[in-house]
Design a protein around this ligand. Structure first.
Ligand code: HH2
Length: 296
């Protein structure tokens, strides 16, 4: 079942660049929301965002993932496109001015925000709706030649990180996630996004109870078998709190490292993380031992 497609060896992103997937790729999270549950808005503001980006690059981040809208459950701070754009655009422009070779992704479900971010220098669109919520999004990605993360979720932004849509008949969560991701990938390609630009993400914690998140990570090879590189966003998430008994997201760094290494062994090649150095060290050591089984 292991995919050996050449398309999973590199990720095509905007401006004719590509990211080598011959080693674990780390996407450091830079939230520029005033309401992020995980950083309490501490990185709001241009200077703070720049120093956070600089620190993450120094710690070994390959990509900086800039987000201006929180997916926190039933978040009252849901933002319109203009507000979100005004949050992310100047930060992306500032990072590109200071670190011209940086690779930036924009975490948004809105095509207007994605377009502005790509114009400001972002090379990747990270859409947690899997291109479901804004019909103009695939066209924006295709025209820019950008990379795209197609993540599995259900529902709207306000409830996609809840259990409102976590119904999986006969507990067939893996079958559902694989089927729905395959459908989203087909949709992306029919809109003109090339295969080499697409990365799939099972959406840990999105419309999934902790046991669902564990199940999709355990059988992640079935997502990998769809033939696209796979990104996992397990960092500090609730299922890690459930497994470790650690209620404080900031204290879940060790549990997160366990999730990263397990996901790597099951075929994940990209990791969206808060604690870049911990992830870099854990994944580099695990990679030296596990190697790339798919390379044969
Ligand atoms: N998780 C969150 C946000 N964006 N993108 C991808 N591709 N995969 C994920 O798993 C994912 C994501 C939510 O995590 P967090 O950053 O901790 O929360 P917030 O962005 O709401 O602050």
């Amino acid at each position: 079942m292991m995919a050996t497609d050449a398309a999973t060896r590199a990720w095509r992103i905007a401006d004719g660049r590509s990211l080598d997937l011959g080693r674990p790729v780390i996407c450091g999270i830079l939230n520029v929301t005033p309401d992020s549950f995980s950083d309490g808005g501490r990185h709001l503001g241009r200077d703070a965002a720049l120093s956070r980006a600089e620190a993450m690059l120094a710690e070994g981040a390959d990509v900086i993932d800039v987000g201006g809208e929180s997916t926190r459950p039933y978040n009252d701070g849901a933002v319109d496109a203009r507000t979100e754009r005004l949050r992310v655009e100047p930060i992306i422009a500032a990072i590109m001015a200071r670190f011209p070779t940086a690779v930036i992704s924009v975490d948004t479900v809105k095509s207007e925000v994605a377009r502005a971010a790509l114009d400001a220098g972002a090379a990747i669109v990270n859409d947690v709706s899997g291109l479901r919520l804004d019909p103009a999004m695939p066209g924006v990605v295709a025209r820019a030649g950008a990379g795209v993360v197609v993540m599995h979720s259900r529902g709207e932004v306000r409830d996609m990180a809840t259990y409102a849509h976590a119904d999986y008949p006969h507990d067939a969560v893996v079958e559902a996630v694989v089927g729905e991701l395959a459908e989203r990938a087909t949709h992306a390609r029919s809109a003109g996004i090339v295969q080499e630009a697409i990365v799939l993400d099972p959406g840990v914690g999105f419309s999934k109870r902790p046991e669902h998140s564990v199940a999709v990570l355990r059988r992640l090879d079935e997502v990998v078998a769809l033939g696209y590189p796979v990104l996992v966003g397990a960092s500090r998430k609730r299922f890690i709190g459930t497994l470790t008994g650690v209620p404080d997201p900031l204290a879940r760094v060790h549990g997160t490292a366990g999730a990263h290494v397990a996901a790597l062994a099951r075929g994940a090649r990209l990791f969206r993380v808060h604690d870049v150095m911990a992830a870099r060290h854990a994944l580099d050591v695990a990679w030296a031992i596990l190697g790339d089984e798919r390379a044969g």
